[in-house]
Design a protein around this ligand. Structure first.
Ligand code: WTA
Length: 635
């Protein structure tokens, strides 16, 4: 019998060691006993980080939706698979059973097929958190189409870039979305984007807000009538374990977003196995992850991981502050949520509000609390532990990335003793290493370095869509034979890991990865701007906020600085989305640069963080005099 469900610390250590000694044997056992395969693999693992190439379960055949839906039908057809909780608390929640989900996914899959989508085609999904989002993700997987979900908060130009990069033929969207007391014109954003996407043939539109939108003839179709007429029988496409399942874009420190590619077999095994253990999910539990399916957290831990375990997973359309700051806790009480998984930025925002919002709700159903997306600060951890968990529910601080597909370092609740701000121990099969700047591994405990992973795990991203070289350069070139995460971490006296944050030019704002380069590119397009540099600075709620240093063109017309600030932020909103707006913009005469012309962000970060007393040796800079000037006028 495999160790599918780990129940205590000794067992964790024992299974961890077993999986390190014989990774192939271990994962083979898990895969064999807990999943439905149409054909078994010829080889469990083949890998070479120098190429880089990783293949799990080669030769195996499967369809992930048979694992997430069909195989549950005999024993839990009437169990709720998805609870949809709408934005407006007065609108009734929907309970979609596994039987209904099967029917809805098959119908949607047939609609996609009728619109020319076949195995291997890319489908862009730009939908709010409504059931159609989860259903269309699964429908793509059903027929072997590769889904590329784009978070419905991205702007039209960010959407167009993503559609074109992976050549999507079809876009799924809605007439609009609700967000608190606002509505957003999603279809309008899609229309603007598609002016730049000549290859999109079809747009399928779900009706959500009943707004008056224009439908382009020959391209746009309402989804509902097509679904109504579609057959509810859609045999699953049989996929190779290494066939692509989806593309999900994540920001890089340079250039355009990276389309991370995940494949079917390994991703399924790892997300399902981590879900079971990291949330200690039991048969009748109700699990809720507050993320959006537009991010990896939603892919792995709202859709695939929970459904592969036959779980009940909550999808929430709204925001934590509407109609008031008690909304999360009201939902926990209403659906008797047992596992609750959210982001530190949400916790910090809620911790600022009156405690009554928490206290007036019965949270006694909660057994496990989780966080993801950025380091959780100690205050937020204690607030969460005390007020939400009542000191009874362990907090799992889960570290992972879009690239890793599933959770990599995390406690298991009721198994691993937790310490605030520590992600604690590597998950089964995960082999972290801390490296110094010279490329040497730091052995032993009480060390701090750059976080790498030494050995492949089943859900590692296999490539960047259309750019394998960039995949190699970004993740496998910094350290020989290692996957480099881009994060720094320390290991304490007992071997617990604590993530210290990004060591590259990615900034995490409210849990969202933002690369400096695309934001700087956007600013630099403003006619008055000569050059710019972005850094993060500490922010109470967002964790980090963005600080922009902007050099204006000398000969430009004289303008009000505040107008310029507004215009710059407006431009960023249009190019990327409101999440990338700058909190502070300082106009500067120059940027500190090394003699080779590289911007010294370290100095700018210190000034932005009001920690400029010791900037180290700046005499080697090309233009040390500019530093004083920037310091003097810092915001
Ligand atoms: C950060 C989100 C500290 C980290 C699943 C990582 C974290 C990046 C944690 C990936 C955590 C995520 N503690 N930092 N528990 N979880 N991060 O791709 O910097 O959106 O590299 O994936 O978020 O963000 P991504």
């Amino acid at each position: 019998m495999s160790n599918y469900h780990i129940k205590h610390l000794e067992e964790y250590f024992q299974v961890y060691r077993k999986a390190i000694r014989n990774p192939e044997g271990f994962w083979e056992e898990i895969a064999e006993e807990h999943f439905l395969w149409r054909k078994k693999w010829d080889k469990v693992l083949e890998w070479d980080f120098t190429k880089p190439e990783v293949k799990w379960f080669q030769g195996a055949k499967l369809n992930i939706t048979e694992n997430c839906i069909d195989r549950h039908l005999t024993i839990r057809r009437d169990k709720t698979a998805i609870i949809f909780e709408p934005n407006d608390p007065n609108e009734k929640a929907q309970h979609i059973t596994y039987g209904e989900l099967h029917e809805k996914v098959c119908k949607m899959a047939n609609v996609l097929k009728e619109n020319g989508i076949k195995k291997g085609d890319r489908v862009c999904i730009y939908l709010p958190m409504i059931p159609e989002l989860a259903i269309s993700v699964l429908a793509c997987a059903r027929i072997g189409a590769i889904h590329s979900v784009v978070f419905a908060g991205f702007s039209s130009s960010a959407l167009a870039t993503r559609i074109n990069d992976s050549d999507c033929k079809l876009v799924l969207t809605s007439d609009g979305s609700y967000r608190g007391n606002k509505t957003i014109d999603l279809k309008g954003i899609v229309d603007t984007a598609l002016d730049y996407c000549p290859d999109v043939e079809t747009v399928l539109v779900a009706k959500r807000i009943n707004s008056d939108i224009t439908m382009k003839k020959g391209r746009d179709k309402w989804l509902a009538p097509l679904l109504k007429d579609a057959s509810n029988d859609c045999p699953a496409e049989i996929m190779d374990a290494e066939d692509m399942l989806f593309i999900l874009y994540t920001s890089g420190s340079t250039g355009k977003p990276k389309g991370m590619v995940h494949t079917c077999g390994g991703y399924m095994v790892f997300t399902a196995y981590t879900f079971k253990n990291i949330f200690q999910y039991k048969k009748d539990d109700v699990y809720w992850c507050t993320a959006d399916i537009g991010w990896i957290t939603g892919h792995s831990y709202i859709v695939y991981g929970p459904l592969a375990n036959g779980a009940t997973t909550v999808m929430f359309e709204g925001v934590p502050s509407y109609p008031d700051y008690g909304r999360f806790w009201e939902i926990v009480e209403k659906h008797k949520v047992n596992q609750f998984y959210t982001a530190p930025t949400a916790i910090r925002a809620l911790a600022k509000e009156n405690l009554e919002f928490v206290e007036k709700h019965d949270l006694s159903s909660l057994k496990v609390l989780g966080t993801v997306g950025e380091p959780i600060n100690e205050d937020a951890w204690h607030w969460y532990n005390y007020n939400v968990g009542k000191n009874r529910s362990p907090i799992v601080d889960t570290w992972w990335q879009t690239e890793t597909g599933g959770i990599m370092i995390s406690p298991m609740p009721y198994v691993t003793p937790t310490i605030p701000t520590f992600a604690t121990l590597p998950f089964i099969g995960v082999q972290p290493a801390l490296m110094d700047e010279n490329g040497n591994e730091l052995e032993g405990n009480q060390v701090e370095g750059r976080l790498c992973i030494k050995f492949p795990w089943p859900s590692i991203a296999r490539t960047i869509w259309g750019n394998h070289e960039r995949y190699r350069d970004t993740y496998f070139s910094a350290y020989k034979n290692m996957y480099f995460t881009g994060d720094g971490a320390s290991r304490d006296a007992v071997g617990y890991y604590r993530i210290t944050g990004r060591v590259d030019d990615v900034i995490i704002v409210s849990g969202h990865n933002l690369g400096t380069a695309p934001i700087e590119d956007s600013i630099n397009e403003h006619p008055a701007v000569a050059e710019s540099a972005i850094v993060g600075f500490p922010h109470d709620i967002k964790g980090n906020a963005l600080y922009g240093y902007v050099i204006l063109k000398e000969a430009g017309e004289v303008r009000e600085k505040d107008d310029l600030r507004k215009e710059i932020n407006q431009q960023i909103t249009e190019h990327i989305g409101p999440i990338a707006k700058l909190d502070k913009i300082q106009f500067v005469p120059g940027l500190p640069k090394t003699r080779s012309g590289k911007i010294m962000r370290r100095i700018l970060r210190k000034i932005a963080g009001k920690d400029a007393s010791d900037l180290g040796d700046i005499s080697t800079l090309l233009n040390p005099e500019v530093v004083e000037e920037i310091k003097k006028n810092a915001l």
